[in-house]
Design a protein around this ligand. Structure first.
Ligand code: IVH
Length: 692
């Protein structure tokens, strides 16, 4: 038997050689050896590691075949949020972006790094001392899922990097995609095996990446493109283009279509050029992305809301296709609105097969004059719901082909009404209508409402159909046995669901108000209400007609003051008009609704609605950071706050909401103390950040 040292060297040599061929094949698209030879090498390494487990290593290419399945994905908090980018469809919007950038950096000429916008999934890869240690999905931008074993199976993701100052602690961000040809082949295999086919490459990529069993992922043709580095890894490079060149040098696939261009005309030309070649690219894209090339300028431009000011996604126009209307169905929404939906002869639009398209309401349907049997043009852009644009050709149009709004709700049979001045026809069944009950529950459980993870369509269907749950309050009394008895529910998922229901019990006022589903009360209105009233009781006790009258009077006064050149008086609940006020009043006036609210906050259900100004959830706060944080840099902390719409300033004043003090804080801490500004330590800050 060979000495251990030799075996280690041999394993190491095989690993390097195999990874080199992976790189040549998957990244360079220029293989030097055939499949058989590759397989031989791979098997040798597998055997070597099997016979000598002490030689195994997490960055070995053998790890790319997948690991035993997980029970669930762990959550990963991103070191800095993974943001979205503002969209533009029109040339004018691109020009406006370019003007804002010029103003922001105060330069006469600005360089941009441009590249395609991949239609895949954003991920983040972490390397420590050159070794791939963790990969996560974007998730909601703040927290994603740990999909490390799955990402190890993606051949174009390097498991090990050359050692260097910049690879000691590196976060690479990019997109997981599936090439169109490989997607078609996968669907063919799925079809033959009698398995479910995927709607499009994006769905196939997402479904493959989010497999608990990474051995399944290993059999799926996933690809990766790197397009950025995490904010904490900056500092080594000056520009976006340099960053990508360096990533390419380190073995990451970067997009060969990337260009550096100067000025807005060149951006538009790049857009047109990529648009022309779009169909010939092996992967799906839905536009191009422009980023200010200089990283210091990116920093200077900063962020608005959840998107950076230094980047823009210029999207291709929505795709349109013609198809036949097979029928017109009616769907009942959360507030009882009846929506006519065209049932279509299946047609491919924008990469997915469309079988339904909304016709919005009766007036829209009449305006477009859609009849059953007509040929219509259907449009779909990205994730947007497909809609009927108009009629392309009339069908035979027998009298029975004309759509009539039903007189009774197709779900519960209650009479429908259409109020004067309203576009919607509504079911009058209220919560006795199963359709309305289901939608109410789905809205209540939604991510932006109570955020009950795992309570989706299918479960809500069963809970309502079997009369297990009538109102949101019933969710909090669900027994484990009841949940485990539902279709497609194991004991583990029943437990998970019950846990997420429990977790949802502590909720900021704004979210709770939004979750109630009061017609007209979206997130923004809910925040305004929370900011103004600061407690649920105050909202329940408000005198709405009185408030409306006050607002009206103040507005009239302000009109006079304006004429006299005087500053306006503050109007309460600015942004909430009389119709919404009336809708809130009506909702809260109904005994059934008040009963649900009372039951929710009753100790038996146990929902605790947070009071106070902080309850406004997205109320913008002003922070000052001082000292060194252990888990993140100050820039990370700033990015995390700004991404949530909060401000970070350099000095403490009476307008500062919080001072975050790390190790060895400066004079700002003293200033905070003397002004009575709350001081948070790192842990308190992280806790608060979760709730902001
Ligand atoms: S850059 C700060 N580049 O677009 C900017 N994003 O709206 C960070 N995306 O979820 C992103 N292709 O998945 C960037 N070439 C590209 C991209 C790209 C696709 C996606 C990304 C993200 C979304 C942002």
């Amino acid at each position: 038997m060979a000495p251990a040292g030799n075996l280690r060297q041999r394993a190491e040599a095989l690993r390097r050689e195999i990874e080199r061929h992976n790189f040549l094949y998957y990244v360079k698209d220029a293989p030097e050896i055939g499949d058989a030879e590759y397989d031989r090498m791979f098997r040798s390494l597998l055997e070597l590691e099997r016979d000598h487990p002490e030689l195994a290593s997490p960055d070995s290419p053998t790890q790319r075949v997948g690991a035993p399945p997980l029970a669930e994905f762990a959550e990963v908090r991103h070191r800095a949020p993974m943001l979205s980018i503002s969209n533009a469809f029109e040339e004018e919007e691109v020009r406006a972006f370019d003007r804002r950038v010029h103003e922001g950096v105060g330069a006469a000429s600005v360089e941009y790094a441009a590249e395609p916008k991949f239609d895949g999934l954003a991920i983040s890869l972490a390397y420590r001392d050159g070794v791939f240690v963790r990969g996560a999905t974007r998730g909601d931008g703040t927290t994603g899922e740990d999909v490390t074993p799955n990402l190890r199976t993606v051949r174009s993701i390097p498991l090990r990097l050359p050692r260097g100052a910049d690879t000691r602690d590196l976060e690479v961000r990019g997109e997981i995609v599936m090439f169109r040809g490989e997607f078609e082949a996968l669907n063919e295999r799925q079809r033959r095996a009698g398995e479910k086919e995927f709607a499009n490459p994006r769905n196939a990529a997402a479904g493959s990446l989010r497999q608990l069993d990474s051995r399944v992922t290993a059999g799926r043709p996933l690809r990766f493109f790197a397009y950025a580095i995490g904010p904490a890894s900056r500092g080594h490079w000056r520009t976006q283009a340099q960053t990508l060149d360096r990533l390419a040098e380190l073995g990451f696939p970067v997009c060969p279509e990337r260009r550096v261009v100067r000025g807005v005309e060149d951006l538009l030309e790049y857009f047109a050029d990529v648009g022309r070649r779009r169909e010939r690219l092996p992967y799906s894209i839905d536009g191009v992305v422009y980023k200010v090339n200089r990283l210091d300028w990116q920093e200077r431009l900063g962020f608005v809301a959840r998107a950076p000011r230094f980047a823009l996604a210029h999207k291709f126009p929505a795709e349109e296709q013609a198809t036949e209307v097979l029928g017109i169905d009616v769907q009942v929404g959360r507030t009882g609105a009846l929506t006519p939906v065209a049932r279509l002869k299946p047609v491919r639009v924008g990469g997915v097969t469309v079988t339904n398209a909304t016709l919005h309401n009766e007036d829209e349907l009449r305006r477009k004059d859609v009849w059953i049997g007509d040929t219509v043009v259907v449009r779909r852009a990205g994730d947007v719901i497909p809609e009927v644009v108009g009629v392309g050709g009339k069908g035979p149009r027998k009298p029975s082909d004309r759509f009539e709004m039903p007189r009774r709700c197709p779900v519960c049979g209650a009479p429908v009404v259409r109020l004067a001045g309203e576009a919607a026809t509504r079911c009058t069944g209220g919560l006795s209508c199963k359709a309305q009950r289901k939608q109410t529950l789905l809205h209540f459980a939604g991510r932006r409402a109570m955020d009950i993870d795992g309570l989706g369509d299918r479960l809500v269907d069963q809970l309502v159909e079997r009369n297990i749950v009538d109102s949101p309050a019933d969710l909090y009394g669900l027994e484990l046995d009841t949940l485990a008895g539902l279709e497609r529910m194991g004991e583990k998922s029943a437990q998970n669901l019950r846990d997420s229901i429990r977790r949802s019990r502590s909720v900021p006022l704004a979210r709770f108000v939004f979750a109630l589903g009061i017609p007209g009360v979206g997130e923004e209105v809910a925040r305004i209400l929370a900011r103004h009233f600061e407690s649920l009781d105050a909202i329940l006790e408000a005198d709405w007609p009185q408030l409306a009258a006050e607002k009206d009077a103040l507005r009239k006064q302000n009109a006079q003051r304006k004429r006299r050149g005087e500053p306006p008086l503050e109007v309460p609940l600015e942004g909430i008009g009389p119709e919404i006020m009336d809708s809130i009043r009506k909702f809260l006036h109904q005994p059934a609704n008040r009963r649900v609210i009372r039951r929710l906050i009753d100790p038996a259900a146990g929902v605790r609605v947070e009071r106070g100004r902080a309850a406004a959830a997205a109320d913008s706060k002003t922070f000052v950071l001082t000292g060194t944080l252990a888990g993140m840099t100050r820039d990370d902390a700033r990015a995390a706050l700004e991404a949530k719409g909060h401000k970070v300033t350099g000095s403490v004043s009476k307008n500062t909401d919080y001072v975050v003090a790390g190790e060895s804080p400066g004079a700002k801490l003293d200033a905070a103390r003397s002004l009575g500004v709350p001081v948070l330590d790192e842990q308190q800050f992280l806790d608060l950040l979760k709730r902001l």
